[in-house]
Structure formats: structure tokens, C-alpha cells
Design a protein around this ligand. Structure first.
Ligand code: UT7
Length: 331
């Protein structure tokens, strides 16, 4: 009997309507369009406005698009995983809220926190439930409302991040498509350079933590950049090498959208030209767990059955990893 593989059989996405441009940021902090564009490749990002609107709102929209496009009955969904570091609330899990919103009443659901690598970790985890034969329909969502934890007076972070969510449906196949291999890593010393300090059990919210702006993302950008450039490129190269693949075999690189310079370095390390690199950083910025599924959402129509795709991510934790996936359908 052929091995059961986990194939992506549907993609959905959602980005909020409000567009925060580099020009508008110029009115908020001491920055300029030229600096942001040349250092990051970002031109604009989306912001979720409105009281009571959290990550579940965007994740629900993304998952509903999959249900609409694939025609599946939500009651058939076995599991919903939501990768996010900006859950609606510390508990219950945002995935619980989304599963109920989409009518997945027979599913269990949980959140996964791995920052910018969250979707990749979620995809690898969801795939194992399919490959083991345990489940037949798994929805993996990656999404973040980064604007809820960004200090719009801190020019080192506010220019990078944006809001958005994407989702995929995983189903079993015995064809040679789907998740083929992945390498995932983490290193907790990364908390020194990228973190949100307060609001957890170590430092619960107080007036003092709010005054000290400890509920916002802190990032030592240049240090994170060095780790990201090296680790994302190396892990992508490693997944190719151990599967005897070269750049010639790869149709697409789907890299985390944190900085165009990190993306370029990763593509160059594995010998890929620009036309094989998925990129939408210019319009959404860094949506943390949202970047990889939003790439699939934007590029779905260009993907062909059998295309070799390499995902690569690096983020807070530190967390990083790469995955080789064969695309399963023509749209
Ligand atoms: O997605 C999760 C993982 N995160 C990442 O992968 C992000 C990795 N880091 C980066 O992408 C980059 O480090 C940043 C885009 C965050 C910053 O770019 P950089 O080239 O590393 O700049 P820098 O922090 O070394 O700062 C260079 C200069 C500094 O001025 P001085 O000290 O040289 O006079 C900064 O104060 O640029 C200044 N600067 C800015 N200038 C205008 C920092 N932010 C800004 C800004 N506008 N927004």
C-alpha cells in the first residue's frame, strides 16, 4: 500500500481593508518611505480596525473561504489548528472560537505559539495527524493581529508588522504530493532579542507594566536579522540537500515575509532566481504566522500539481524551519 501523505487541497485568506502606508507612518514616527522600502521591501500593511475584532475574526474569514471553495461540510472537519501569538484572549484558544464560528462542531481545536514559524509548525503537526491515518480533514490557520501588540511610537518595530490570516485544508492522498519533509528548530535564548515581556504568568499586567510599555513587541532588529539570515537560509538548504534536490528542482520558494533582504539571501543560498520566489511583503508587511498561508493565497492560481515548494521561516523564540511540499492540484 502506498504511504498516506498530507496534501494541501484548499487555501483561504483574509486581510483587513485598512491600508497603513509608509507615507502615513511618516506622520507617526521619525521615518521615511525610502528607508523602509530599501531596508525591508515593505510599502504598506493592513490593520484590523474596530472594537472587539481579534485574530479569530480574520482566521474565521480565511477558513470560511476554504469551505466555500472546496465545498466541504464543516461537520467533516476533524481538527482546527490556529498558529498565532496574538490570540483573542489568553484562553480559550482562538482555534476554539474559529472552529465554532465555521460550524466545525465535530472538531477539536487548539492554538500553537511559534511566532513567525507558527504556520510551518502547525502544518507539520497537522500533517502528522493525516499521515498516521487518524484524521481526514485538518484546517491549519496562521494569523496575527500584530497591530494589537505594536507600539506605534517605536519606529524599530511599527514599520514592519501588519495584520492578516491565511488557512489551508489538509487531506490524505496516496499520490506523490503533499508534505514530503520538514526540519523544525527552536532556541529559547532568542527571547533576549525578540519578545513581548508582560502579560504572561511571569509578569502579569499591572499599571506599571503598561506604563513601561511592556505589552508591546520588543525587537533588537539587527541581532534578529543576523540569526534570521543565517538560519533560514541554512535550514532551507538542508531540506534540499537531504532530499537530493537542487534549485533546478524547485518551482517556488515560499519564505517568511519579514524583510526582503532575508528573503533574497535565502533564495540565493539555494540557487533560486527572483521569479521563483513568492513575495507579497510590499503590500502586507510581516503578518507573523500569517505570511506563509497568505503567500499561498496570493499565488494559488500560479501553482501546478506536482510543483516542488520550499517553505522557510524564522521568528520569535527563536523558532525556524523549512518544509518541502509538492503541490496537489491545479486551480
Ligand atoms: O519576523 C520575525 C523575525 N524578525 C525579523 O526577521 C526582523 C529582522 N530584522 C530586520 O529586518 C532589520 O533589522 C530591521 C528592518 C528591523 C532594521 O533594519 P536594520 O538595517 O537592521 O537597521 P538597524 O536597526 O541596524 O538601524 C540602522 C539605523 C539606526 O540609526 P543609526 O544608529 O545608524 O543612526 C536606526 O536608528 O536606522 C535607524 N532606524 C530607522 N531609521 C528610519 C531604525 N528604524 C528606522 C526607521 N526609519 N523606521
Amino acid at each position: 500500500m502506498n504511504k498516506i501523505r498530507a496534501a494541501i487541497t484548499g487555501v483561504g485568506g483574509y486581510v483587513p481593508e485598512y491600508i497603513l502606508t509608509n507615507k502615513e507612518l511618516e506622520t507617526m514616527v521619525d521615518t521615511n518611505d525610502e528607508w523602509i522600502t530599501s531596508r525591508t521591501g515593505i510599502k504598506e500593511r493592513r490593520i484590523l480596525k474596530g472594537e472587539g475584532m481579534g485574530t479569530s475574526y480574520m482566521g474565521t474569514k480565511a477558513a470560511q473561504e476554504i469551505i466555500r471553495k472546496t465545498g466541504i461540510d464543516p461537520k467533516e472537519i476533524d481538527l482546527v489548528i490556529c498558529a498565532t501569538i496574538t490570540p483573542d484572549m489568553p484562553f480559550p484558544a482562538t482555534a476554539n472560537i474559529i472552529a465554532t464560528e465555521i460550524g466545525a462542531t465535530n472538531a477539536f481545536s487548539y492554538d500553537l505559539a511559534a511566532a513567525c514559524s507558527g504556520f510551518l509548525f502547525g502544518l507539520a503537526t497537522g500533517a502528522k495527524f493525516i499521515e498516521s491515518g487518524t484524521y481526514k480533514k485538518v484546517i491549519v490557520i496562521g494569523g496575527d493581529k500584530m497591530s494589537s501588540i505594536i507600539n506605534y511610537q517605536d519606529r524599530a518595530t511599527c514599520i514592519i508588522f501588519g495584520d492578516g490570516a491565511g488557512a489551508v485544508l489538509l487531506e490524505p492522498t496516496t499520490e506523490e504530493v503533499g508534505v514530503m519533509d520538514s526540519i523544525l528548530r527552536s532556541d529559547g535564548t532568542g527571547a533576549n532579542f525578540l519578545r513581548m515581556e508582560a502579560g504572561g504568568s511571569r509578569m502579569p499586567a499591572t499599571h506599571a507594566t503598561v506604563d513601561a510599555k511592556q505589552h508591546y513587541v520588543f525587537q533588537e532588529g539587527a541581532t534578529v536579522y543576523k540569526f534570521a539570515v543565517t538560519n533560514m537560509a541554512e535550514v532551507a538548504a538542508e531540506v534540499l540537500e537531504r532530499n537530493n534536490l537542487t534549485g533546478h528542482d524547485i518551482a517556488w520558494l515560499a519564505p517568511h515575509q519579514a524583510n526582503k533582504r532575508i528573503i533574497d539571501a535565502t533564495a540565493s543560498r539555494i540557487g533560486l532566481s527572483d521569479d521563483k520566489v513568492m513575495m507579497n511583503i510590499e503590500k502586507y508587511g510581516n503578518t507573523t504566522a500569517g505570511t506563509l498561508p497568505l503567500l499561498l493565497w496570493d499565488y494559488e492560481k500560479k501553482l501546478k500539481k506536482g510543483d516542488n515548494i520550499i517553505f522557510a521561516a524564522f521568528g520569535g523564540g527563536f523558532t525556524w524551519g523549512a518544509m518541502w511540499l509538492k503541490w496537489a492540484y491545479n486551480s
